[in-house]
Design a binder for this molecule. Structure first.
Ligand code: ADP
Ligand code: MG
Length: 688
């Protein structure tokens, strides 16, 4: 590989697309194909078809109306076709001189004046027709298709395509027909003209199946490997003692645990009791009570003198979310002269220094904060447990940094990740295969399901009426305005305008406003007025997305609901329905300029109206957005599945999952070769 400075533009583009090794090129499969194997007669062609025909140029002139263009007429003996070029070179003009025989390929348009094509591809007639379909690869502007085709072809010729899956394991890949990798690739790059394009397109063809099976196997192997590597690491064994902090906390709680919380607590306790680092995801719907589970785990770690770190993606989140947890733990820590430390980006230097000292000395048994927790200056004395809330909002590097915060070599802290967005089963089996998952599948008692209504913004008046009636019943109301990421100012105008309008419409009612630009003290004041029920309506941007817990609030209105993501809407809705009163969520939407809602926005609102179940929401979200977006930060820069589709290839996924441990045990060298072929240097990303 020459130094970057000497690379040509197409070479640079190849590198940028990750097409570096021969095998990368060989695995860059066509998006679609063009059939250049056939010449058709214009007489037999149909409008809209992409066809190739051969004929003689009968006219060639430059027209100037309606705009400058080269107009060429070609006669193939059965009919004529007019070719139009709005930009053209003199050389092209010459190649299409009257009397020349040419092969023309393009999309046929019909019409009053007969057949025409705009910017078809043309070449001199003669020369053999290709025998296979012509591959069309996904590419970028600086990488011409012809250049890429050649590069892929030479990659295909040079790459080592020897089998990595041992012959005796091959039947376990879940394939109907056993194609070799070499045959499958050869075929997919250059399929014969009589192959079913449908089978290629929907990737049901056996050659596609082979590639998908290989890809899924690589993913499974790589995750299994990282799981085993982690099992080699050491972590402190933590067990709850009778009469210890764990028991004290349980006694101090104002409620009894749900059976789901108890079960999940035991799963976590079992992990903590082993001398290898825990790597567990705790998933549970909004309001399912993850925080107390985290607090109990923290108690187990703190009791014998270790530290626990808790990280949340934003300051407000960290503060709101863990207030309760601290409220529970702090009274138990104080008698032991232990404290809770806060770390946030916006902290004053003096306070920060003090916190860092407490953490380094071990006086802070619990360290709560944002990304600030993983900064370099933060030195723990004895970190044993790291808890990450809303784990999907953190990147790989951040999780790795947190795991590196334990200062004994060869040791790592236990890691507990929490998420209110349950991972759909197929994703759990693929991208998260290296993760142990605990699920809170039960809500604490006394919750009432929230009724969700989708309402056009034009009916705002009725919604305000509804607010009035809730207020008369002594209930409280949230009104959420969207966060427009590109423009915080616009976002604020919107919230402010709504706030004013509601104040005017609801005389005698305290209507508060909360947004991200307010100073923290002001925010706190507004929050406590709402929590204390003096405030009837709280207008806010998404700051209440997490954290606020006001069981008396029974109505949530979400303005411009079409702008929110599905899981975000679901999280917001989780703020109501926390008390015994029947609760409702109104999704106000404003149709776009064409008077219609976009298709995905409509699908999101429909899903919200139809179900309260976080798992079902997550499943639909996956359907609407695809795994790429769903995975978000975890996968940033990491290889997503390129070929396999989790929705349709579940059987291949299951086969790969079953085969991976077998192959890793019995054929470790082949397994390594397989992973490196498919993932190259990228497998690191899957390990965080
Ligand atoms: P989430 O899973 O969304 O983080 P929280 O941990 O914030 O949920 O819990 C939601 C609410 O339910 C909190 O007010 C919490 O105190 C309460 N809660 C948690 N567990 C129970 C329980 N077993 N019984 C009653 N209330 C509970
Ligand atoms: Mg929570």
């Amino acid at each position: 590989m020459p130094a970057t400075a000497t690379l040509s533009a197409p070479q640079k583009a190849l590198q940028k697309m990750g097409l570096v090794r021969d095998i990368d090129l060989a695995l860059h499969l066509p998006l679609r194909y063009e059939d250049e194997t056939r010449i058709v007669k214009l007489r037999d062609a149909r409008e809209g078809e992409t066809v190739q025909f051969e004929g003689t140029v009968t006219d060639n002139h430059v027209a100037f109306r309606p705009r400058r263009q080269l107009v060429v007429t070609v006669d193939d003996g059965s009919d004529t076709c007019v070719l139009r070029f709005f930009s053209f070179y003199p050389s092209q003009q010459k190649a299409l001189a009257v009397g020349n025989r040419v092969v023309v390929r393009g999309e046929l348009k019909g019409g009053f004046m007969g057949w025409s094509m705009v910017h078809p591809s043309c070449r001199a007639a003669g020369g053999a027709l290709p025998e296979a379909l012509t591959p069309v690869y996904s590419t970028v502007a600086s990488l011409p298709q012809a250049y890429l085709r050649k590069a892929v072809q030479s990659g295909l010729v040079r790459a080592d395509l020897s089998e990595t899956v041992p012959a005796e394991l091959l039947p376990q890949l879940g394939l109907r027909e056993a194609w070799t990798l070499r045959d499958a690739l050869q075929f997919l790059h250059h399929p014969g003209p009589d192959v079913s394009l449908a089978a290629l397109e929907d990737r049901s063809h056996p050659a596609w199946q082979r590639l998908k099976a290989e890809e899924l196997l690589a993913q499974q192997l790589s995750q299994l490997e990282s799981k085993r590597e982690r099992d080699e690491l050491r972590a402190p064994r933590l067990a709850a003692k009778a009469g210890g902090l764990h028991e004290q906390l349980l006694k101090a709680l104002p409620f009894a645990l749900t059976s789901a919380q108890r079960r999940v607590g035991e799963e976590i306790a079992a992990d903590l009791g082993r001398p290898v680092p825990m790597h567990r995801l705790l998933q549970g719907d909004v309001g399912s009570g993850k925080t107390v589970v985290a607090a109990l785990a923290a108690a187990v770690a703190i009791d014998p003198g270790w530290q626990c770190a808790l990280m949340a993606p934003t300051e407000i989140l960290a503060e709101q979310h863990f207030r309760k947890l601290i409220g529970w733990l702090e009274p138990l820590l104080t008698p032991r002269s232990l404290t809770v430390a806060w770390l946030t980006g916006g902290q004053k230097k003096k306070e920060r220094t003090e916190m860092l000292e407490r953490i380094a000395s071990g006086e802070a048994a619990l360290v709560v904060g944002t990304h600030a927790v993983i900064q370099e200056q933060v030195q723990f004395k004895r970190l044993a447990l790291a808890i990450i809330d809303e784990q999907h909002r953190f990147g790989v590097a951040q999780r790795l940094a947190l795991r590196g915060k334990m200062n004994e070599p060869g040791q790592e802290p236990h890691l507990l990740m929490m998420s209110a967005t349950p991972i759909p089963r197929t994703l759990a089996m693929s991208y998260y295969a290296d993760l142990d998952v605990s699920t809170l599948d039960e809500l604490p008692p006394g919750r009432t399901p929230v009724i969700t209504k989708v309402v056009a913004d034009s009916r705002r008046e009725e919604v305000v009426e509804r607010i009035r009636s809730q207020l008369t019943e002594g209930r409280q109301v949230y009104w959420v305005c969207p966060l427009i990421e590109e423009s915080e100012a616009l976002d604020l105008t919107n919230a402010t305008a709504t706030h004013e309008a509601l104040q005017a419409a609801l005389p005698g009612v305290m209507v508060g406003l909360l947004h991200s630009r307010m100073p923290p003290a002001e925010k706190k004041a507004v929050m406590s007025l709402f929590a204390g029920a003096q405030m009837g309506v709280l207008v806010s941007t998404t700051v209440i997305e997490v954290g606020v817990d006001v069981p008396n609030a029974s109505l949530m209105v979400i303005e411009h609901a079409e702008r929110f993501g599905l899981s975000q809407l679901h999280q917001l809705r989780g703020r109501v329905g926390r008390g015994a009163a029947a609760s409702a969520c109104v999704l106000l939407y404003s149709p776009g300029e064409n008077g219609r809602l976009g298709e995905t926005a409509r699908a999101r609102l429909k899903a919200m109206a139809e179900t309260n179940d976080g798992f079902e929401i997550a499943r639909r979200d996956l359907e609407i957005r695809g795994p790429g977006e769903f995975l978000g930060a975890r996968q940033s820069g990491a290889p997503l599945l390129r070929f396999a589709d989790l929705a349709t290839d579940t059987h291949l996924l299951q086969a790969a999952r079953a085969l991976a441990p077998l192959m890793l045990d019995r054929f470790p060298d082949d397994a390594r070769r397989h992973v490196s072929r498919w993932l190259g240097g990228k497998s690191e990303y899957l390990k965080a």
